[in-house]
Ligand binder design. Structure first.
Ligand SMILES: Nc1ncnc2c1ncn2[C@@H]1O[C@H](COP(=O)(O)OP(=O)(O)O)[C@@H](O)[C@H]1O
Ligand SMILES: [Mg+2]
Length: 416
């Protein structure tokens, strides 16, 4: 309780199991998910990768003792069938006894006696029957309590018409009493926010969309949550010697460069912890440079080199270019254009703000060129969006403004 915890138990960027001691509560989302699961519709949970969708449902289901199994859409896409994936998590993950029980029931004792059937894989059930088989197995395992089947990583099949339409069919089938008697409910989880749109416009419009309820987007953590996270990890678990003011500044830095994405926050703090360990668990602000470097090297290498090449090669006058990219880094919204960047430059560089907007458009359009564009043009508009949030993370690490001179300084790292 009072000793120092192990770093790899505190910061766990890729753990699929929820680490309860480091879990940041998300009260509104948790409540919304729970109510939706209790309700009569299926649920849909979405948000960018790494924002904590999987941890969210695992945490809620464990708190509320809700039984669930996770069907992985990536595996369904390998198997070319959703039902096969459902079957494998519901039936084959159960005891072998369960399998033979259901196989016996299906095939009948007489059939089982034939050599042909005892040889597994020789008999293919019709897909609908497989679904029923799966539900029966789930229902037996849960002693008839309701069970949630989670379809995680739906983005991996979103572009696959066959699988998406299979998923729609299954959702519709679930209304049929032959299936609904088993008390099974679906939670669809994934990155694309167009899933609901898809289901609403799928071949059976009035049916699928109306059976699914969307939960608010799982976004990144807010600054206050990152402070709690850092207090918990660094002060409480790792006993780092750091004052309250410094901790708040550290948390702000972590928030700014990770954009509040939980997975990134864990990654960054894990790297920083090893640096702190080497510094006898004493914090100094200068250690952040080392941690930035470490984080870039481990997770953002490619994005870094794109931005670096860009910073060094674009022909636009240096000062102007750096102002534009710095302003881009400051704007956290999804879309930018000459106008919004111009306004941001006026805020950031009140004493060195060029009178015209010339040059801004040039820098933005250059960032949208080449084989690794940083920005992409939004159709039918003069705005751009980032092709990858990691570029924003890199820009925030690499460009700094000197508050007195308003000069933008480039901080370049050697990653090779
Ligand atoms: N509420 C949370 N509090 C603290 N860390 C979290 C939280 N949610 C997620 N994480 C961290 O982020 C990582 C990614 O979360 P995950 O749920 O797998 O994201 P997603 O499913 O949206 O891609 C987790 O391994 C964990 O380290
Ligand atoms: Mg996930």
């Amino acid at each position: 309780m009072f000793g120092r915890a192990e770093i790899n138990e505190v910061f766990t960027p890729r753990n699929s199991e929820v680490n309860k001691t480091m879990y940041i509560e998300r009260e509104a989302l948790e409540k919304e998910l729970f109510r939706s699961i209790k309700g009569s519709m299926h649920s849909f949970l979405f948000g960018e990768s790494g924002n904590g969708k999987s941890w969210l449902y695992k945490k809620v289901f464990s708190d509320k003792k809700i039984e669930y199994v996770v069907a992985n859409c990536a595996r369904a896409s390998m198997k070319k069938s959703i039902v096969d994936e459902i079957y494998s998590v519901c039936v084959q993950n159960g005891t072998s006894q369960k399998v033979s029980y259901s196989e016996t029931k299906k095939a009948g004792v007489k059939a089982l006696a034939t050599a042909e059937l005892s040889h597994q894989g020789n008999y293919e059930l019709k897909q609908e029957d497989r679904l029923i088989e799966s539900f029966i197995a789930l229902n037996e395992n849960s002693n008839s309590k309701p069970v949630v089947i989670v379809f995680d990583n739906v983005e991996t099949i979103f572009k696959n018409n066959e699988l998406m339409s299979e998923l729609s069919d299954i959702i519709i089938l679930l209304d049929d009493s032959r299936y609904s008697q088993y008390n099974v409910k679906f939670l669809i989880v994934g990155v694309p926010n167009q899933v609901l749109e898809y289901f609403s416009s799928a071949k059976n419009p009035s049916s699928v969309g109306n059976r699914i309820q969307e939960i608010s987007r799982v976004a990144g953590l807010v600054p206050g949550q990152v402070v709690t996270f850092c207090e918990n990890g660094f002060q409480h678990h790792l006993k780092v010697n750091i004052g309250e003011t410094q901790l708040k500044r550290l948390a702000r830095h972590v928030y700014d460069i990770t954009l509040g994405v939980p997975q990134r926050i864990h990654e960054y703090c894990e790297g920083l912890s090893y640096i702190l360990e080497d510094n006898k668990w004493t914090y100094q602000p200068t250690l952040l440079d080392l941690a930035d470097h470490d984080w870039l090297r481990k997770g953002l290498r490619e994005n870094y080199s794109v931005i670096e090449a860009y910073l060094n090669s674009d022909e636009t006058a240096n000062g102007r270019r750096n102002q534009v990219i710095y302003a881009l880094g400051k704007i956290a919204h999804h879309q930018v254009n000459t106008e919004t960047i111009g306004k941001q430059i006026a805020i950031e560089f009140p004493n060195n703000c060029p009178r015209s907007k010339s040059g801004i458009g040039q820098v933005l359009s250059n960032l949208a060129k080449g084989d690794k564009p940083v920005l992409k043009k939004i159709a039918h508009s003069s705005s751009y969006s980032l092709t990858d949030p990691r570029y924003l993370m890199c820009i925030r690490i690499m460009l700094h403004k000197d508050e007195t001179s308003e000069n933008v300084r480039k901080k370049l790292f050697k990653l090779s």
